[in-house]
Design a protein around this ligand. Structure first.
Ligand SMILES: NC(=O)c1ccc[n+]([C@@H]2O[C@H](COP(=O)([O-])OP(=O)(O)OC[C@H]3O[C@@H](n4cnc5c(N)ncnc54)[C@H](O)[C@@H]3O)[C@@H](O)[C@H]2O)c1
Length: 339
């Protein structure tokens, strides 16, 4: 396969690109290597795959339509996994324009490129955060998702709607994956697990929002990559049982379009997650118990039965195992002596 992966210097995109080249596929990796977080970490991730003849690096900004179109025209990918985005909930309050440019303009450009240079399947990253104010647990693809509480989540909701329209108009098989808090080695420094690890090893205090009274469906990155690959090779199809008078939200009778949750399905209390991290790093955390943050949600829990049924997806990594892999990588990458 020739797979174009956007966000190939990012946490999930880089794991995916590495797995694909390791399996003998060709990968075109798009990333603008922006400075939202440590660029040297992005470069180090890319260094893991730069040596492969089957990896073609494209440093470009997806908000530049001509650059995206030119890249698709030159490489003619069979499949596209679109992961580049301005991620992060809290930063969307500080810098809304980054979300408009990367997640809305950038996404429209990827859709246009798939229209002009047809692909077998476009898989793109949505987010569990689109369930927003809903407290109906577990979150299922059959549920309505009309109540986002921050611009990041709203941009992901828009992506799902834009993808459906393009799939309908231009026969593009499209699948959106709603990721649930992904963690693991080569992770993202702006995410809680990474910030906690940084603070713990430095003996600094960690901020624990809502006094730790939250649960998250933490998903190990290796399980996510497995799921993406299973989905990629099964292009979305029009749902022949879809009823226009009772329209299901996660599939379509007028487009080859599908939405899946991709999580672990076993939510963990934030305090337990911190305890596991302390154990893996061999140090205790100083905790600063804070109030709930604006734009944040209390709990997330994924219903993953649809993805399991259609692809055999079966996340098997426990928080203890996944966190150990993250901690081992973290201590080694930053050359931190555990003693
Ligand atoms: N990690 C999670 O827990 C999580 C949860 C839900 C959804 N997601 C989504 O999954 C995808 C991947 O997330 P991640 O954790 O790997 O994030 P990441 O920030 O590590 O990776 C995104 C990559 O995209 C690149 N990028 C951003 N804007 C770009 C632009 N305009 N042009 C080109 N490249 C650009 C960044 O440089 C970065 O390397 C994102 O779409 C994110 O919104 C992630």
């Amino acid at each position: 396969m020739k797979v174009l992966v956007t966000g190939s210097a990012g946490f999930i995109g880089n794991h995916l690109a590495k797995r694909l080249v390791d399996e003998g596929h060709e990968v075109v990796g798009i990333d603008n290597i922006n400075s939202y977080y440590d660029e040297s970490l992005k470069q180090a991730r890319l260094d893991r795959i730069r040596g492969y003849d089957s990896f073609y690096e494209e440093k470009l900004d997806i908000s530049n339509n001509d650059a995206v179109d030119d890249c698709f025209a030159r490489h003619k990918p069979d499949y596209v996994v679109h992961l580049a985005a301005q991620a992060g909930v809290r930063y969307s309050i500080e810098s809304p324009q980054s979300y408009v440019q990367s997640n809305l303009v950038g996404f429209a450009n990827i859709l246009e490129a798939c229209r002009n240079h047809p692909v077998k399947h476009l898989v793109f990253a949505s987010s569990s955060s689109i369930y927003g104010a809903s407290r109906k647990m577990p979150y299922g693809e059959r549920d309505i998702t009309d109540h986002q509480i921050n611009l990041y989540s709203a941009s992901k909701k828009s992506n799902e709607a834009m993808a459906h329209a393009y799939s309908h108009l231009y026969d593009i098989p499209v699948t959106g994956l709603r990721f649930f808090t992904v963690y693991g080695d080569w992770g993202r420094p702006d995410m809680a697990f990474f910030k906690f690890a940084n603070a713990i090893v430095k003996g600094e205090t960690i901020d624990v929002y809502n006094r730790g009274n939250m649960t998250r469906d933490f998903t190990y990155v290796g399980d996510i990559i497995e799921g993406i690959i299973q989905v990629l090779t099964k292009p979305a199809k029009t749902d022949t049982k879809w009823d226009a008078k009772q329209p299901k939200p996660g599939s379509s009778g007028v487009a080859a379009y599908k939405i899946y949750n991709i999580g672990c399905g076993k939510p963990v209390k934030l305090m337990h997650y911190i305890e596991v991290l302390e154990k893996c790093l061999g140090r205790k955390a100083e905790k600063n118990l804070m109030e709930m943050q604006a734009g944040d949600v209390l709990d997330t829990c994924a219903d993953i039965t649809e993805l399991a049924r259609d692809t055999g997806y079966s996340p098997s990594t426990t928080v203890e195992e996944g966190m150990q892999k993250f901690a081992d990588w973290f201590l080694d990458y930053y050359q931190i002596d555990q003693n």
